[in-house]
Ligand binder design. Structure first.
Ligand SMILES: CSC[C@H]1O[C@H](OP(=O)(O)O)[C@H](O)[C@@H]1O
Length: 387
């Protein structure tokens, strides 16, 4: 199978991430040696993608505890259960502030907080054992990701093929995706891009279309690179061309990832997803969300409760070059081009990083547990069977 790119590399306590701000022109792995560096990498989008940022946050906590134990078998925060809880919980809370919309990060941090609470209260577990359990749990968050991506990819691919056949289609499937949901957005294989990869590997894929996904260009910079590495024949379109594509080409499905799915199925995903969903409904094209169970937030009733991250105005003004971030006085970058006249400031730019697609525009929601569809005449989902 063709190699795919890797978002995170782990060797014992050592963590490296590929700096996604430099892709596709520069492939540079940078070490993440502290909780603060992990937080910065997520916030600045050196690493992005809902599952990938959850994995990095969890791994960075594991590495922190493991390295502290190796440096000093009795670090102060291991002097007792209370000290452990008082030291570790603020680190978990801090990691959770790095980006607001993707719920996978919050789910991973809640999972580690719950374990911390359990071991702190469990008198049968001593402090070193508690520390080891936290280390293992953080690593498990990342390790579990690839297997579930393969599972949801197959479930989604099989469902999409079945739906296409129901609609009288026996050709290979042409699908459109938005943003990047592959190995660079996860711990491997991907979610929506995993579904496309499964269709390719099983000889069921016609053509994969993807949008550039301005302003961060996850499509033209990252998805293009991943599909090339996977040797999948694909076609890139500008975000504004989705309607024309649907008017002039046979598309059997739109498959996208998610950052947070509300209890009723409303889904927050990369900006531009809602546009594609409205156009897919107009053209009666199945619209499929592919995401792990950790993306579903059953605590919120609908999409109006999902926090939408507003990104810095400067990011919306740049034509992506080889080198990002924007040039600064110490390191003038030769590759970044300002796309707008100077002087545009935060009040002149609207730059939400995500939008919310209402459940009524979504045909199916796929997790590693199954495929949910809306009941006939229903505008919302019941997701209990897939979480
Ligand atoms: C499987 S990645 C999910 C989700 O994350 C991406 O956002 P970002 O690149 O800003 O982290 C995009 O919305 C993907 O669909």
């Amino acid at each position: 199978m063709a190699s795919a790119l890797t978002s995170i590399r782990v060797s014992g306590d050592d963590i490296e991430i590929v700096n996604q701000l430099l892709l596709p022109h520069v492939i540079e792995f940078i070490p993440i040696t502290s909780i603060e560096e992990a937080h910065d990498a997520i916030k600045s989008m050196k690493i992005r993608g809902a599952p990938a940022i959850a994995s990095l946050a969890a791994l960075s906590l594991s590495s922190y505890i493991s390295k502290a134990l190796k440096a000093d078998p009795q670090p102060p925060f291991l002097s007792g259960k209370d000290a452990l809880r008082k030291h570790i919980q603020p680190l978990i809370d801090y990691l959770n502030t790095s980006r607001p919309t993707a719920v996978n990060l919050g789910a991973a941090m809640r999972r580690l907080s719950a374990l911390l609470e359990r071991v702190a209260l469990d008198e049968s577990v001593d402090v070193p054992q508690a520390a080891r359990q936290l280390i293992e749990e953080g690593r498990a968050v990342a390790d579990e990701d690839v297997g579930r991506n393969h599972a949801m990819a197959k479930l989604g691919a099989d469902w999409l093929e079945g739906r296409a056949k129901q609609l009288g289609n026996d050709e290979k499937l042409n699908v459109l995706t938005v943003c990047n949901t592959g190995s660079l957005a996860t711990s491997g294989y991907g979610t929506a891009l995993g579904l496309i990869t499964n269709l390719h590997e099983t000889g069921r894929l016609g053509r994969a279309y993807f949008t550039q996904t301005a302003p961060y260009h996850q499509g033209s910079r990252l998805t293009a690179m991943e599909l090339q590495a996977l040797k999948i024949h694909s076609v890139m379109i500008c975000d504004t061309m989705v309607g024309s594509l649907f008017q002039n080409h046979k598309i059997h499905g739109v498959v996208v990832g998610a950052d947070r799915i509300a209890k009723n199925g409303d889904t927050a995903n990369k900006i531009g997803t809602y546009n594609a969903a409205v156009l897919a409904a107009r053209h009666k094209i199945p619209f499929v969300v592919v995401a792990p169970i950790s993306t579903v937030d059953m605590a919120i009733p609908d999409g109006s409760h999902i926090p939408i991250e507003q990104r810095p105005a400067i990011e919306a003004c740049l034509v992506r070059g080889a080198i990002y971030p924007p040039p600064d006085k110490d390191k003038p970058s030769q590759a970044v081009v300002m796309f707008t006249p100077p002087g545009l400031d935060a009040d002149s730019i609207y730059n939400p990083s995500f939008d919310v697609t209402p459940a009524e525009l979504i045909t199916a929601i796929v997790t590693e547990k199954g495929v949910a569809t809306r009941k006939e005449g229903e505008e919302v989902f019941s997701l209990n069977s897939v979480v």
